[in-house]
Design a protein around this ligand. Sequence first.
Ligand code: ZN
Length: 352
Amino acid sequence: MTDNPLQPSNTVKINFMFSPHKDMLGHTLANADSEHKAEHSILSAGTEVTFLDTGIIKFEPNTAATQSLVISCAIHGNETAPIEIVNQIINDLLAEEQKCGQRVLFIFGNPWAMNAAERFVDINMNRLFCGHWQTQDLSLKEVKRAAKLEAYVANFFAEEPVTVTERLHYDCHTAIRDSTRTRFAVYPFVAERKLPNSEKDFLAHAQINTLLLQQKPANTFSSFSSIKQNAQSFTLELGKVQPFGSNNLADFNGIDKALRKRIAGETLPSSVQGAVEGFEVCHEIERTSVDWQFFIDDSATNFSAYPEGFMVWQDGDKSYQVENAEEYIVFPNPNVPIGQRAGLMLKKDNNL
Ligand SMILES: [Zn+2]
């Protein structure tokens, strides 16, 4: 696959930076294994564009920016809707049809998995961050890429001018499984941290009304930017996995608009009380042995609710039954290897 034939027709114009490909998506698919030399350009409004690497491009306005934004997608290669949305935003920035009011670093995370239309090729990249890549086989492309992505993000933040007071990272995904709640965000754990109102406004504006608050550090990409780079960051689950060209992009209007307003440097309207509901993990499900039994139906959607007393899993004399009035399953996957996480049970967090 070299180019995406099903792109909207207004993107057909060739972007000089990606030539002979028409856009960053086409360029990334065709250059997964190519060496890339950084290229630099200045748009007529004075915005500096640096094409840093395959799937990585930076925009810096010539006005005083107050935010550094990292917008990433394709950490899982088959999660195409966010890739199409971000690709179009990049086209519009280069065509100067989208205002650039803040510093922005765009990342297409996993070019090999994008080409293969798979979640990953050798290893799930979204478990490799916070330096976790160092414990893996360093000859694997995805392990090297995770190390590079950490470096690009760290440099992007390190180079910010003194006018910048906020670091933000939106890591855009779509889920494998249907969800009772179409869109949700995961907020990485950082001790004593509370969600700022400006980010609640962002989520509400993006029509993301559900927030999962993590209770312990993880090694996802968004955890890296929160924990190591002091950013407000989120893993955004924006809908369901579909092949390129099969997404109904209207379902992604909310995130598209919210990202564009952030990039332009516009203030988002205040969200109403309760616009974003919080959930926290009350139990981490682990597949403990070959005898381990899982009682959540295979067809259960994310955020399906279970009443108090419901048996979630059993292994010999050990088990877990729902302890709160209601708990919700996310990411159920009983087919993981023994010792790995098979899902999370959540309860509502009313302190958001
Ligand atoms: Zn994903």
